[in-house]
Design a binder for this molecule. Structure first.
Ligand code: PLP
Length: 398
């Protein structure tokens, strides 16, 4: 039996997620719109995680929970094995969410009137974090290029970054791998970024929640902090199993902060405000770390196949798009449609497909498509998009 056969069937069946009010599906309850927007997947969670949760539920007590014994050591082992990064268990600060995690980074690193940098387009809460905390946000566009096959690629525009940084800047918020463009920053880019951060005395907060979702076999995720080496004290790494093991609803994540002083500031920013992670989240995390790998590998195989479905269809539609090296998100340039259809995201909703609106990521006219769903549903959504586009082009020609 092939390695992946044990799980591959489970990725083919759409799950009724409305039964438990999944945000992704609630948005279109009662409407015939296939939801491919918010970043979670429609697949059932790994059986080993379901079993661990079932055992926890059967115990029947859900009072306050401390971090389970040995979990931080286990996590340190995972970083060493998978990413060659030696962390100390005491560097870990447990969190109930990652958006909270980078908001705390802003609060800890920037005083009122100081600023944080972030690259656009980006996962919308990055755009709001500094402003939400009463600090200034500086947005720097990633450089975009289109290859001969019409595929979009993104990288850091260091000249733009140098031009944007101010004396009042204290923090750089990095999304690595990058949501929405699926770019895995190369070691070269990260080295240059580390030099930049050192020169300007910035802390880099790197959200690496998508790092175990690398789809390209030739691409390696390098934790930004590991690459910083001796300069690691200037880093905050955010991570959790929410994306790769589809556990976003369980509120389990963490920050890794090697420098004791920075860690103290971070904890102070959280004090009397931030609750512990969900106890069930700890249980799910332990099961994922200990037994989740075969499922994750099967998932990656499914996602690679889904990525092929999506890019083939977008190619037929003539819409420029990324070929994401990581994540289950494709980023689409629909600006050419704006003149004829108005807002492309709203227009596609009217044709039965719910994609994320690029405007929310700082890029109006773009769309983000989440392909973490059953291929039959994905094919149906892509067919609807093709029909809608053909109709528009027909109207334009007429
Ligand atoms: C890069 C990134 N960070 C954070 C989050 C959300 O994390 P949480 O639900 O733990 O706040 C997402 C969700 O899509 C994400 O893509």
């Amino acid at each position: 039996m092939a390695l992946h056969d044990e799980f591959s069937e489970s990725f083919l069946q759409p799950v009724d997620r409305l039964a438990w009010s999944a945000t992704k599906w609630e948005k279109y309850r009662g409407r015939d719109v296939i939801p491919l927007w918010i970043a979670d997947m429609d697949f059932p969670v790994a059986p080993v995680i379901q079993q661990a949760l079932a055992a926890h539920v059967a115990h029947g007590n859900f009072g306050y929970m401390s971090t389970p014994q040995g979990l931080a050591d286990r996590l340190a082992g995972y970083y060493a094995e998978r990413y060659g990064w030696e962390i100390q268990p005491e560097w870990i600060v447990w969190l109930p969410g990652l958006v909270l995690g980078f908001n705390l980074a802003v609060k800890a690193c920037c005083a009122p009137g100081e600023s944080a940098l972030t690259f656009t387009p980006v996962y919308p809460p990055f755009l709001h974090a500094a402003k939400t905390q009463g600090r200034e946000s500086i947005e720097v566009g990633l450089a975009m290029e289109t290859d001969a096959a019409g595929r979009l690629g993104y990288h850091i525009d260091f000249a733009a970054l140098e031009a944007a940084v101010r004396p009042s800047t204290r923090l750089l918020l990095l999304c690595h791998p990058h949501n929405p463009v699926g770019h895995v920053f190369s070691a070269d880019e990260l080295h240059t970024l580390a030099d930049f951060a050192e020169r300007h005395d910035l802390v880099v907060c790197s959200d690496e929640v998508h790092c175990d979702l690398i789809l390209d076999s030739g691409v390696m995720h390098v934790p930004f902090a590991r690459l910083m080496g001796e300069r690691m004290g200037q880093s905050i790494t955010l991570h959790g199993p929410g994306k790769v093991f589809n556990l976003a609803g369980l509120g389990i994540s963490w920050a890794i902060i090697p420098d004791a002083g920075l860690r103290r500031c971070y904890r102070q920013a959280a004090q009397r405000l931030v609750p512990e992670p969900c106890g069930l989240g700890y249980t799910a995390l332990r099961a994922a770390l200990d037994q989740g790998e075969p499922w994750r590998l099967a998932l990656l195989a499914r996602l690679r196949a889904n990525r092929e479905l999506v890019v083939a269809a977008l190619g037929r539609m003539g819409l420029p798009h990324t070929f994401p090296a990581a994540t289950y998100l494709v980023w689409i340039d629909a600006r050419a449609l704006v003149e004829s259809v108005g807002n492309p995201s709203q227009w596609l909703e009217q044709h039965g497909v719910g994609l994320s609106d690029g405007a929310d990521f700082g890029a109006p006219g773009f769309l983000r498509l989440n392909f973490g769903t059953a291929p039959s549903l994905l094919e149906k959504a892509l067919a609807r998009m093709e029909v809608a586009l053909a109709a528009v082009r027909g109207q334009i020609i007429a």
